[in-house]
Design a protein around this ligand. Sequence first.
Ligand code: ATP
Ligand code: MG
Ligand code: MG
Length: 589
Amino acid sequence: DAAKPSNFLRQIIERDLEQGIYSQRHWAGIPGDAATQQSGPLDPARIRTRFPPEPNGYLHVGHAKSICLNFGLANEYGGVCHMRFDDTNPEKEEMEYVEGIKDAVRWLGFSWDAHGTSHLYQASDYFDFMYRAAEYLVEAGLAYVDEQTPEQMRANRGDFSRPGTDSPFRSRSIDENRNRFREMRDGKLADGAAVLRAKIDMASPNINMRDPALYRIKHAEHHNTGNTWCIYPMYTFAHPIEDALENITHSLCTLEFEDQRPFYDWLLDRLAEGGLVNKPHPRQYEFARLNLTYVVTSKRKLKQLVDEKHVSGWDDPRLPTIVGLRRRGYTPESLQLFAERIGVTKADSWIDYSTLEIALRDDLDPKAARAMAVLDPVKLVIENWGELMGGDDQLDPCSAPVHPHDESRGRRSFMFGKELWIERTDYEETPPKGFFRLFPGNKVRLKYGHVIECVGADRDAQGTVVQVRARLVPDTKSGTPGADKVKVKGTITWVGVADGLKAEVRLYDRLFAVAQPDTGEKDFLEELNPDSLKVVTAYVEPSLGSSQGDEKFQFERHGYFVADRKDHDSTAGKVVFNRVTGLKDSWGK
Ligand code: ATP
Ligand code: MG
Ligand code: MG
C-alpha cells in the first residue's frame, strides 16, 4: 500500500495510539455476548470503529464513504471495525434491508467474522442494558417521565432566541418517575402519552441539551425483539451506549451530529459514574457527509423514488445506491478509490459526479476488454465486394486485441463482409467543417478492417438514410504490408451484418436535471431528468456472445458498458448492456 495522505482523523488516531489513552481500559464485554466476556483476543489498545446503519433502506454512495472510512481506518491501524445495525426504530426497519446492507458491505470488500477482527452486532441486543441504564438515570435523579403533549413539549423547548420552559413534570419524585417509567415499559400508556427525558438544562444554548428524550412509547413489533418491548430508546440515547458497550474508541459520524456531541459525552460520563460503562469512553468525531451532484443521498428520498416507481427498483442503474451502482457497472475498487480521493474534511461540500466516474474509468481502463458496438445502426453496403472477393457472401476475418496494452489477453475476431453496421452519425451528405467521416467521395478506415470510399446513400420517402454505399479500396487491410499507403483522416467502428449480435443497450443519463437536487424550493420530483434512460437496439461484435452478467467492456469510441446483472443471458440469446459512463467527462457541460 502506498502511503496514504494524512487527514484530521488519521492525526487524531495516531495521537491517541501514541498516548495509549485506550490501552488502560478494562474490557467488560458486551451483555449477552459470551465470547466477549473474557478479555482474550480483544486487545483494548487497538482502535475500534463501527459502521452503524439503520436498516431502513438500501445503502448509498454516502454510506460507501462511511464504510470505506470506518473499515479502512481500522484495517490501516490494525484495529477493529464493527458492523452494527442501529435498529432502534421498529416501524421502518425490515430484514430485507438488513440482508441488503450486509451484501453491500461485503461486496465493497469488507468483512466481519465471529470474533476475529470485526464483529456483527445489533443495537436491539442491548435493549435490556439500555433499559437498565435509563432506570439508573431515574434513580440518580437525572431523568424524568414527561407527560406533556408533544405540542407542549415542542413549545416549551424554546428555540435559538429564547430558553426553554421547565415541564410541570420535571420536579416529580424519583419514586414517581420509577413507577411511571415501569408503567410505560409494561404497556400501560398509549403511544405518545409520555416520554422519558434526561434532566439537564432547559436554558442550555444547545437545544439538544434541553432535556432530550431518552425513551418513547411505540406499540410496534420489532424485527429482532418482536413484541418484547413497547418502549424504544431514542437514537441519541442508544447510540453512545452502543459505542460504549462495544468499546468503540473513535465514533465517526457526519457533521449534523456535532450538536449532539455534548449529550453523547454527558450521557457516557453519567453512566461511567454509575459504573455502567468503561472509561475512557468513546469519542465522537464528525466529518462532512458526501453530497454528490445530480443524485440524492437520503434513504428516505431514495425510497420514495422506488416506491413511487420513478425508477425500476433499489438497484436501478441510475440510483446512487450500492446495488444500483453495482448494476450500473461500478466496481468495489472504483468506489474505494473514490472514497480515498474525496478524503474526509470538516466542511460540507458537493462532490462533482464526474469524480466518481473518473475513479471508475481509472479502475476499468486497464481491466475492461474492448469490443465494437454500433448503437444507432444504419447499413453500409460495399458495392465492389463481390467483384474483389469472388462472391457477395464471402467474409474476411479481422481481429483486434482484447486489450490494447496487454497482448497476453489475446485477440478477438469478427467478420468483414459486403454489409456492415455503422453509426448513423458517421454519414453526412454535406459534411460540416471538420467532419472526416463518411460523405460522398471521402475515404475512411473501418477500424481493424479496410479503407473504403463513400459513394452516397439511399433514402426513404421521408428522407431518412436507409443505407450508405461505398467501395472498398483494395490492399488496405489493417495489419497487412502497405495497408496505410492510402491516407485517411477518419476511422470509424463497425459490426458485421453476418456475425453481429443484436443487443438491447440502456443508455443512462443523470437522474436529476439539476446539479444540487432537493436543495431549493422545488419538490425534488420535479427536478428529475425526464430523459435519464434511453433504450436502443444496437449491434455488437460476436465476442460479446459469451459475455456474462456483470462483465464490463469498453465499447470503442462509446465508453464503458456492463452486461446487465439481471437481464443479460447470452446463452439464451438475450444480450443486454448498460452504459456505465462515456470515455470522457461530460458532466461539466
Ligand atoms: P440517510 O439519511 O440516507 O438515511 P443516515 O445517516 O440516516 O442516512 P444511517 O443508516 O444512519 O443513514 O447511516 C449509517 C452511517 O453512514 C452513519 O454513520 C452516517 O453518518 C453515514 N452516512 C450516511 N449518509 C452519509 C453520507 N451522505 N456521507 C457520509 N456518510 C454518510
Ligand atoms: Mg440515521
Ligand atoms: Mg436518515
